[in-house]
Design a protein around this ligand. Sequence first.
Ligand code: F6P
Length: 358
Amino acid sequence: MGTHRVGILTGGGDAPGLNAVLRAFVKRAVGQLRWDVIGIEDSFNGLLERPFRVVDMTLKSCSGLLARGGTVLGTTNRGDPFSFGPDKRDRTAEIVDAMADLDLEGLVVIGGDGTQKIGLRMMRERGVKVVGVPKTIDNDLSATDTTFGFHSAVSVATEALDRLHTTAESHDRVMLLEVMGRDAGHIALHAGLAGGADCIVIPEIPYDVDRICRKIDKRRGVGRMFTLIVVAEGATPRQGAADAGVEHGAKGRILPGGASMALARALAERREVDVRVTVLGHLQRGGSPIPYDRILATRLGVGAVDLVDQERWGEITVLRDGHVIGVPIEDAVRVYRRVDPAGEMVRTARAVGIEFGG
Ligand code: F6P
């Protein structure tokens, strides 16, 4: 068991539990194994500026981090060092130089699909030693059973549904709750099941608005005058152009609120219903992690120390069948996990009468 000096960074969108990973890593690596751990600010960007934006990670600096949301190191989802800034410059050589200047043996990269792919390229093309820790509230990394932050997001979305339920019922309204998930509908599916939604609309199952109308009719027919619909932000209709009438951002992506507004408009055009839309947005990414995510983040943080300790560079610490293990980062980013439209979760939801619109 040797000593190490490594950098640690958080990349991509934040997720509740990032700080808990940092804390666990430092407690084990610095507190027990006496390694040096250097925190790099704002993903890889902290190494691209002189003076470097880095911090010495001490036990003291990690005090109070278990329950704290966000990431004390800061993060960005716009900092690919292979294609940096408006001129898309490759600045990876600067990272290699910075690591040499700081005497860093390798990097611990906590991030989602995009950040892990950058880590993998840094390793293959620049010879940087990397260990990964998976992060995404969207739960769309297939290599791990689940990611920290996801269940915290589901918990916020479920509470929102519970609250919308009572006001929807009081006013006989159709209530739409839009949750995150541009490409995968896991948050919508889980929150919809936990919050007793009547309809769940996800990117994996393009919806037929008439089916949703018929669900509303059916409920009204038995005296249930309100309907609760969860919409993943990447959901699209089956009819017409997939994303007709939906607002798009610079990268051609549907803007937050676009999917639920499009569905609300389509429903109001077809039925005499009072429709309201709530876009949950970043409320589901901020704040304290729930206990499950604190524990998972702690386990993955300690798992990352084990991988560095065993010099298993190029691996990422994941949860498989309930156990924390290391697998090649390459395997972890190869397959994107979407909701399986024929899977048990969707079948269960259908079995309790939830309509998917398709
Ligand atoms: O991490 C992915 C995600 O949660 C998406 O579901 C969402 O669309 C996105 O982040 C939004 O991130 P930001 O607003 O920070 O770009």
